[in-house]
Design a protein around this ligand. Structure first.
Ligand SMILES: *[C@@H]1O[C@H](CO)[C@@H](O)[C@H](O)[C@H]1NC(C)=O
Ligand SMILES: *[C@@H]1O[C@H](CO)[C@@H](O)[C@H](O)[C@H]1NC(C)=O
Ligand SMILES: *[C@@H]1O[C@H](CO)[C@@H](O)[C@H](O)[C@H]1NC(C)=O
Ligand SMILES: *[C@@H]1O[C@H](CO)[C@@H](O)[C@H](O)[C@H]1NC(C)=O
Length: 383
């Protein structure tokens, strides 16, 4: 009975379809139109979303892009399990900050020179390390090196390398989140525990030195203030990220923005490693699209010790190509003229005098720049 009924219904349907071939075509056309409209609006939404993400994180996301594009440093080529070595030697961040808070606030020499601490915040290896090796060569005793990697990264460079055994116990970092600020604090606390470290510079794996070690060392150790980018940005991507929930600790007039890649004196480092109050406020209330790495340190220093900061960074990055991303440099960009524009193409104040040497490091250099950089290094380093 039922089967027959169904059969008749199907027959009727077939008949109707034959009777109304035009409206059926309309249905087909309508379906196609609806399908393509939804696909294209999805694409538009996706583009808008990505654009928004890029715009809100001006300083932070690009290291990640560089790395995933680089087959030599691709995460896939490394084992996905954490290193037992780094976890066993791990002390808690609390304990680390506690020890650091007790370290001397001024550098203690005891027969050595004041050192510059070079702190590398990276995911995997340092693809430009041969250039850095050349930079450090012959200056032992004037620098310290600290490297924070992804905890899964366990490769050790050869014993002859300046980076041998320089990795500190590291934890996973999510770019733009407070875990990245934790990593910066971890690096700074480790470096601060060494009493002869007088200056502290944070670098990424895409950073290069623009001058020889002597010039960089002298520039930093003779400066009376720190080089931490800090400015009041009235736009939505500046003040717009402030929330009154931070009151009474942080007001809108305290709020600053700046490049994440800083250089600080030991006195400013002391304030950073011992700060808990403001860090807690930022961890609670500065979450994407508020990027803690762009706001916490500039605001903290502005709040606690503004007179100790030049408010500018010594790490050059190129925003001139427009858009929401700084430019990334590849092999063909590396020429003497280009490098000299970075090195001498700006004016700034250095301890009361105007100078055209404003940047000591450059950022966003792809691994393909290594070979041409090694070729012009004798020129850059004045060898
Ligand atoms: C200074 O260094 C010497 C040996 O290098 C060491 O015995 C001494 O304890 C150090 N003094 C301080 C205050 O660190
Ligand atoms: C840096 O900016 C702060 C305000 O944020 C200001 O008080 C300080 O004097 C500035 N430093 C210099 C060297 O101009
Ligand atoms: C820097 O200052 C010098 C001398 O005042 C001037 O000739 C030059 O054009 C300035 N450069 C820039 C990039 O502003
Ligand atoms: C470092 O560079 C400066 C010029 O920037 C040069 O005068 C000096 O000789 C160089 N020092 C060394 C040790 O190569």
């Amino acid at each position: 009975m039922k089967k027959q009924k169904i059969a008749t219904v199907v027959q009727e349907l077939n008949l109707r379809m034959k009777k109304e071939p035009i409206s059926l075509r309309y249905v087909q056309i309508l379906g196609t139109v609806v399908f393509f409209t939804s696909v294209s609006s999805l694409v538009i939404l996706l583009v808008l979303y990505l654009n928004q993400r890029l715009q809100t994180s001006l300083f932070l996301v690009e290291e990640h892009h560089t790395l995933t594009l680089n087959p030599l440093t691709s995460p896939r080529s490394h084992p996905p399990y954490p290193s037992p070595r780094s976890s066993s030697s791990d002390i808690t961040d609390e304990e680390l900050m506690r020890r650091a808070a007790m370290a001397p606030r001024s550098a203690i020499m005891n027969g050595t020179h004041p050192k510059v601490a070079f702190m590398f915040l990276t995911r995997w290896n340092l693809p430009l390390s041969p250039l850095w090796e050349m930079f450090f060569k012959g200056h032992e005793g004037f620098y310290s090196i600290y490297v924070h990697t992804s905890p899964e990264f366990t490769e050790e460079p050869p014993e002859s390398s300046v980076f041998y055994k320089k990795r500190i116990p590291s934890k996973a970092v999510e770019w733009g989140r407070s875990s990245m600020m934790d990593a910066e604090k971890r690096l700074l606390s480790h470096a601060y525990l060494e009493p002869s470290n007088a200056r502290f510079v944070l670098l990424s794996e895409t950073c290069i030195p623009l001058f020889n070690f002597t010039t960089v060392y002298t520039y930093l150790t003779r400066s009376t203030r720190s080089f931490l980018g800090s400015f009041d940005d009235p736009r939505p991507m500046g003040r717009g990220r402030y929330t009154p929930k931070m009151l009474p600790h942080v007001s809108l007039s305290d709020w600053r923005k700046g490049n994440q890649w800083f250089e600080v004196s030991r006195r400013v480092a002391a304030e950073i490693v011992s700060d808990r109050r403001y860090y807690g406020v930022f961890k609670d209330h500065c979450r994407p699209p508020c990027y803690i790495g762009e706001h916490y340190l500039p605001t903290l220093v502005n709040k606690i010790c503004p007179e100790m900061n030049w408010n500018r960074t010594v790490t050059w990055v190129d925003w001139s190509r427009g858009g929401s991303h700084p430019a990334r440099f590849v092999r063909k960009d590396i020429r003497v003229g280009f490098m000299d524009r970075i090195r001498f193409g700006s004016n700034c104040s250095y301890d009361g005098e105007v100078t055209n040497v404003c940047f000591l490091f450059g950022r966003k250099f792809h691994v393909s720049t290594l070979e041409p950089l090694m070729n012009i290094a004798p020129y850059l380093f004045g060898l």
